[in-house]
Design a binder for this molecule. Structure first.
Ligand SMILES: [Zn+2]
Length: 184
């Protein structure tokens, strides 16, 4: 099973979840970290729409910290900019989102040692896949999805291509890479 997670920066805002099992996909929204963990901890692959790591050399994303000289972007964030605009990780919203993503990744990995967790960027990924072709495989009604469910579904579908070996990696694996679908 594959879970796509369109993560909100805060628990009071909706997080989209999409679960692919066999040829079926189910999308819904949740709020809390606990609910996110409940619905993703036992799948095989979780694909987050959120940064899951810091730029190399950084210990945090705080402006006042000595580590700030290592900048606002990872290599992956710089490489993805050729597809469109992305925000620096140090922007207040991105900072909260990154911290939440990193916390959830760490918790999920501690609860399930077999779980594979990757990061994607649905705004970019959706440009690289054929939405109609995908909907015929999984029976997705794109128009019925909320914006968060839509992005979660794109993330889950990116996971589907990842498991098929049809993907590309942006950035440096040791720093934290972004996976994008590359359908054959
Ligand atoms: Zn720091």
């Amino acid at each position: 099973m594959i879970a796509g997670v369109d993560l909100a920066a805060k628990e009071k805002n909706k997080t989209g979840i999409a679960i692919i099992s066999d040829r079926e996909i189910e999308a819904f929204e949740v709020l809390s970290d606990n609910r996110i963990i409940d619905v993703t901890v036992n799948v095989d692959l979780v694909v987050f729409d959120a940064p899951l790591s810091l730029p190399k050399g950084r210990c945090c994303l705080e402006r006042g910290c000595k580590c700030s000289r290592f900048g606002h972007f990872r290599k992956a964030d710089l490489e993805i900019r050729k597809y469109g605009r992305v925000l620096p990780l140090t922007f207040p919203y991105m900072k909260m989102l990154t911290y939440r993503g990193m916390r959830l990744k760490e918790t999920l990995e501690s609860l399930n040692l077999d779980l594979v967790i990757i990061e994607t960027h649905p705004g970019t990924a959706r440009k690289l896949i054929n939405l109609y072709g995908i909907s015929s495989i999984f029976g997705i009604e794109w128009d019925d999805l909320s914006p968060h469910e839509f992005d979660a579904t794109i993330a889950a579908v990116t996971g589907y291509f990842y498991l098929k070996g049809e993907y590309m990696i942006l950035g440096d694996q040791s720093e934290g890479a972004i996976v994008l679908p590359k359908p054959l």
